[in-house]
Design a protein around this ligand. Structure first.
Ligand SMILES: Cc1cc2nc3c(=O)[nH]c(=O)nc-3n(C[C@H](O)[C@H](O)[C@H](O)COP(=O)(O)OP(=O)(O)OC[C@H]3O[C@@H](n4cnc5c(N)ncnc54)[C@H](O)[C@@H]3O)c2cc1C
Length: 296
């Protein structure tokens, strides 16, 4: 890439930053430029000077992203220290910028006595990532709470878009326009939340999922009327291993990096699980996690 970073942005940009430091799987090669804006204005100024041929990848907490070992050509924009405003707007409205952690949104909604937001508690990503993925848990889903979003395009032009401008599905969002990313969401809740619900949901996760280990949560979406975990488990794939990557024995839809896995190990294991489940059950599993970057 021939792009030279203007000096006014140099202090917030790291060159050849290993993305293994920024993903929950702890794998991923270097980003050419890893940019952490100071704030929203800084981000918009940066986008306005960025040549349109430079590829862009937005990153929240990297909890649903498999970055390949060769890394990312172009610029990675890291939202989690820049877009952190979280405000109550009116009686039941909440304005949350893209870098706000979902767990913080859940806690603050509980303090404001607004819900349902408990389901955000155990999702270890940002609001931006939750919007991109339509993240959800225990019956709750991000976009059910969305009234509108603020987006920005690669020229730094900000727009407000209503929920109706997006096609929303299970762990899927069709963006209103190509090359627009989320700056913030205007969310709507009802009065009433329950802290005991939050504790119960966290406890349920701890009992059923390998929490605290290096993963991206569920690797595959559930096919209609079934569960990816059931299909993987009954295909006898729990404990299947490639290099340092292994199918969790606690929850079959989790792939763990035991410490020394490469992104290649994980991607190969994803493919092998898909092939085996297709062979034994005739069902093609679709990865929920996003896969980005170049092979080593
Ligand atoms: C232990 C564990 C448990 C999990 N449990 C759940 C769960 O219960 N439910 C669930 O849905 N998910 C779950 N996940 C997956 C993950 O936490 C969610 O998908 C989360 O919403 C991802 O947010 P993030 O900020 O980490 O996004 P990232 O992983 O950083 O990015 C994910 C995708 O979103 C894009 N993106 C990020 N920010 C923006 C933005 N501002 N604008 C546009 N695109 C953006 C990225 O480019 C990428 O394509 C779990 C993950 C782990 C590790």
């Amino acid at each position: 890439m021939t792009f030279t970073l203007p000096p006014q942005f140099a202090s917030r940009a790291r060159v050849a930053e290993p993305l293994s430091r920024h993903t929950s799987w702890h794998v991923g090669g270097p980003a050419d430029i890893f940019f952490t804006p100071r704030d929203r204005e800084d981000l918009l100024s940066f986008l306005r000077i960025l040549p349109s041929e430079v590829p862009l990848l937005w990153l929240g907490l990297g909890s649903n992203l498999l970055v390949r070992d060769g890394g990312i050509r172009g610029v990675v924009i890291c939202t989690r220290e820049a877009l952190v405003a979280l405000e109550r707007r009116g009686e039941r409205g909440v304005h949350a910028e893209a870098g706000v952690p979902c767990a913080k949104l859940a806690r603050q909604c509980a303090r404001w006595d607004l819900g349902p937001a408990e389901f955000f508690t155990g999702i270890p990503g940002t609001v931006g990532g939750a919007l991109a993925m339509n993240a959800g848990a225990f019956g709750g889903e991000t976009w059910r709470q969305v009234v509108s979003v603020e987006t920005v395009d690669r020229h730094g032009v900000v727009r407000e878009r209503s929920r109706e401008q997006f096609r929303i599905g299970y762990r899927h969002v069709d963006a209103a326009a190509n090359d627009e990313w989320f700056l913030a969401a205007n969310l709507h809740f009802e009065a009433g939340s329950s802290e005991s619900d939050t504790r119960a949901l966290l406890e349920r996760r701890r009992q059923t999922q390998p929490i605290g280990e290096w993963s991206c949560g569920s690797v595959f979406t559930n096919p209609p009327g079934d569960h990816a975990a059931r299909l993987i488990e009954t295909a006898g794939l729990k404990g299947l291993r490639i290099g340092g990557a292994v199918v969790s024995t606690k929850h079959a839809n989790f792939i763990l990096n035991e410490g020394a896995a490469t992104a290649h190990d994980i991607e190969q294991l994803i493919r092998q699980v898909q092939q085996e489940v297709a062979r034994q059950h005739g069902c093609q599993l679709t990865p929920e996690c996003r896969i980005a970057g170049e092979a080593a």
